[in-house]
Design a protein around this ligand. Structure first.
Ligand SMILES: Nc1ncnc2c1ncn2[C@@H]1O[C@H](COP(=O)(O)OP(=O)(O)OP(=O)(O)O)[C@@H](O)[C@H]1O
Ligand SMILES: [Mg+2]
Length: 274
């Protein structure tokens, strides 16, 4: 898996936009830049498959526990985009891992054997104690943390940062680089948002604050129809951002949006269109 970036999308708080970010970023990288992209669903909710209008299945179980090939367990979404789904069989993955020695490395070792992808994206469950979280962090080269502008979400983010710093103390583990925090479901006009944005800047520093994704009902509508927001409403604020003043704007001359997040990820990782 030479030169493959593994991006772990993680937050210990539920419902902050992890799956939306995983699906949207993967769609941008695959459909617009033709980068070969694979999403691994580490969450038994199986929302990655559902978000693409597919049936969730036990792909992750068959890959990790049964030793089947990545080709046979993955589902094709489009020419450059594949997913490996998850479901309640995740329980057996956790049992398998808990019995194994060097369990933190299991996912990393399997990912190392994958070839043919430029980007691998990991979508996590919100469960903070899950062994899947640690395996994901050990296997990843970069992390992205979606965060909503409320106290508990910021607290969840602090936990992730602490875990990453702890990993850096282990001699055999290369801790992932933090790409940034993505303010999700952002409402520019509320005072809670603005107070917590200042708090977020203090916690991570301005350079790690990625473009925000505005709150936009089109996102919920898209997921309820099993469509990505890029297909359902590509000109929605959640995709192209909003009009406003900023020194940093996206390629549409707007600020924020999933397009802007994708562009920043591409810039930070020095990715190029194929
Ligand atoms: N920008 C947005 N505006 C409005 N709703 C959004 C936005 N982004 C995501 N949502 C909605 O918020 C809900 C939670 O999003 P999502 O499932 O991506 O979060 P999650 O962190 O993956 O949740 P979980 O922790 O359960 O895995 C979904 O219904 C989704 O459609
Ligand atoms: Mg999710």
């Amino acid at each position: 898996m030479k030169n493959t970036c593994v991006i772990d999308i993680i937050s210990q708080k539920g419902g902050v936009g992890k799956t939306t970010l995983a699906i949207s970023l993967a769609t941008y990288l695959a459909s617009y830049l033709h980068l070969r992209t694979l999403i691994l669903d580490l969450d038994p909710q199986g929302h990655i498959a559902v978000g693409f209008g597919k049936n969730r299945d036990d792909g992750m179980y068959r890959w990790i526990v049964k030793g089947q090939s990545i080709e046979s367990v993955s589902q094709e979404i489009s020419e450059y985009l594949y997913i490996v789904s998850n479901d309640q069989s995740n329980l057996y993955i956790e049992e398998h891992i808990n019995r194994a020695s060097f369990r933190e490395y299991i996912l990393n070792d399997l990912i190392q054997q994958i070839s043919g992808f430029d980007i691998i994206i990991l979508d996590n469950s919100p469960s903070s104690t899950s062994v899947m979280h640690i395996m994901g962090l050990v296997a990843s080269t970069h992390i992205l943390i979606p965060v909503t502008m409320d106290y508990l979400s910021l607290d969840g983010m602090v936990h992730v940062l602490k875990t990453v710093r702890t990993l850096a103390n282990y001699p055999n583990i290369v801790a992932p680089t933090i790409l940034g925090c993505v303010p999700f479901m952002f409402e520019r006009k509320t005072s809670e948002t603005l107070i917590n944005l200042v708090e977020l800047q203090k916690l991570v520093g301005p350079s790690l604050i990625m473009p925000f994704v505005p709150r936009d009902t089109h996102v919920r509508e898209a997921s309820s129809r099993g469509m990505t927001i890029w297909d359902y409403c590509p000109n929605s604020p959640a995709v192209i951002g909003v009009i406003g003043k900023s020194t940093v704007i996206n390629s549409r001359g707007r600020i924020g949006g999933l397009l802007h997040v994708g562009e920043q990820v591409v810039e930070k990782l020095h990715l190029e269109r194929k």
